[in-house]
Design a protein around this ligand. Structure first.
Ligand code: NAI
Length: 300
């Protein structure tokens, strides 16, 4: 099998000063890409800033013979990050939306600030970077974009209502951009990773943090961003050397005759049929999904 190279490609990795972002950036650079190492350098809860986070990764890449430039803006100023790629490398091809923070609190104790900050970094930040890059990707008819979700968004998690909202929201954005970008060879996918990092060091035992290397996640990011990869709008769980793809499953459902008024009592009576996953469907898009409902218009 031929090696997946990224020669001549310009990659933006947000939050590349630590953890997963750093691992992605090092791997892209090692395979020939020129990389913008974006990192604000704040704490895991989004306080402060420190230029050395991005600078250190640039130094690592340069020392290994690669090409990279540091950018210290917040992703909420995503247009500046894209401008940095254009100023230094003249183009942008691949955007890895990875920067993230946590403001974990039970919903009962969560403040509006906790909600807004998590939304701003994860969702607004990914929007700003991607939106600034989008016209360039469209024009050159080539682009690869990754959004970083989380199991918390897919399954929910105690103390992470804000983070879960942001993370699954990113996949909603990714699925829509995959549709909008299809004609212009812009491929957009989402990963829900698990990796030992400063973000997970507080919630997992040290031995597990040590074993869950970001380097088990990065190869999937490279695969999804290669020019040969065309599958778009998908969501993958990845970590510890394991990779799987998710899709929606919907029960076969139950159609009520539309000639009669639909009542809550009739729904209770059919509840086991409505929730029975035997012969379940897997709608791949909105049109497929709506067919079950439109088809029931014949059920008179
Ligand atoms: P990390 O804390 O090691 O790295 C995140 C980086 O983002 C930090 O270097 C931080 O300075 C940077 N950052 C934060 N706010 C920023 C901003 N406004 N602008 C620019 N940079 C900013 O965390 P980790 O674990 O590497 O996480 C990376 C991504 O993966 C995050 O989006 C996280 O939510 C997600 N994730 C991680 C999981 C894990 O198991 N480590 C699990 C699920 C999702």
């Amino acid at each position: 099998m031929s090696t997946l190279n990224f020669d001549d490609k310009v990659v933006i990795v947000t939050g590349a000063g630590n953890g997963l972002g750093r691992s992605h950036a090092l791997a892209f650079a090692a395979r020939g890409a020129r990389v913008v190492i974006n990192d604000l350098g704040g704490s895991a809860t989004g306080e402060g800033a420190d230029r050395s986070a991005a600078d250190k990764v640039v130094d690592e890449i340069t020392a290994a013979g690669g090409e990279a430039v540091a950018n210290h803006d917040s992703v909420t100023d995503g247009d500046r990050i894209v401008q940095c790629a254009l100023d230094n490398f003249g183009r942008v091809d691949i955007v890895i939306n990875n920067a993230g923070i946590l403001r974990d609190k039970s919903f009962h104790n969560m403040t509006e600030d906790d909600w807004d900050l998590v939304y701003n970094v994860h969702v607004k930040g990914a929007f700003k970077v991607t939106h600034a890059a989008w016209p360039h990707l469209r024009e050159q008819e080539y682009g690869r974009i990754i959004f970083t979700a989380s199991a918390a968004g897919i399954y929910g998690n105690f103390g992470q209502a804000n983070y879960a909202m942001a993370k699954l929201g990113l996949h909603g954005m990714a699925q829509s951009l995959a549709i909008e970008g299809a004609k212009r060879n812009i491929v957009v996918n989402t990963i829900a990773p698990i990796a030992g990092s400063r973000m997970t060091a507080t919630i997992m035992p040290p031995q597990i943090v040590e074993q869950l290397k970001p380097e088990f996640v990065t190869p999937l990011v490279l695969t999804l961003c290669h020019e040969a990869h065309r599958d778009s709008g998908s969501l993958y769980e990845v970590g510890a050397g394991w990779i799987g793809k998710l899709h929606w499953e919907r029960s076969k459902g139950h159609g009520f005759p539309i000639s009669q008024p639909l009542t809550p009592e009739a729904i209770v009576e059919q509840w086991s049929a409505i929730t029975d996953f035997t012969d379940a469907d897997h709608p791949g898009n909105g049109q497929e999904a709506i067919m079950a409902m439109l088809g029931n218009l014949q059920n008179t």
